[in-house]
Design a protein around this ligand. Structure first.
Ligand code: SF4
Ligand code: SF4
Length: 134
């Protein structure tokens, strides 16, 4: 999704930002990344995540968001339990060392609601941020 020069930031307007942060100062050794090109959006992985860190990414048609939906994982909240990578029937979730996970995310993510590039943040701000006249 992002080229190597893009800076990823959390989407401040996604509802996941209201969920509790992961405990502990150090990230877990492993973090899960979805290879979205192989994800069928079956939602099997969502049920087994103990910290509710897997989010749906709607498909491209706003009138039928369930069609071609995928999922993504909130890297800031994943605790690396590996449930999702073991549960996925399509073997499309891989555990990466946390230092490699953001690069893997950038290569494997086709569309994200949780993370945006700095360029896209401006558009997200325009679409969802405080209106200029408020
Ligand atoms: S590894 Fe565990 S905590 Fe992380 S997204 Fe998968 S199920 Fe959730
Ligand atoms: S279980 Fe696998 S295929 Fe199904 S939504 Fe999760 S990542 Fe996608």
């Amino acid at each position: 999704m992002a080229d190597d020069s893009s800076v990823l930031v959390e989407n401040p307007y996604h509802t996941a930002r209201l969920k509790p942060l992961r405990k502990g100062k150090k990230p877990p050794k492993l973090l899960a990344v979805v290879h979205q090109s192989g994800c069928t959006g079956c939602e099997v992985c969502i049920a087994g995540c103990p910290v509710d860190s897997i989010e749906l990414v709607p498909g491209p048609n706003p009138n039928n968001p369930g069609f071609q939906q995928t999922v993504e994982i909130d890297l800031a909240r994943c605790i690396g339990c590996q449930n999702c990578s073991q549960d996925c029937p399509w073997e499309t979730i891989t555990m990466y060392h946390h230092e490699d996970s953001y690069d893997a995310w950038a290569h494997e993510t086709l569309f994200s609601e949780l993370y945006v590039t700095e360029e896209r943040l401006e558009k997200v701000d325009t679409d969802h941020g405080p209106k200029k006249n408020e």
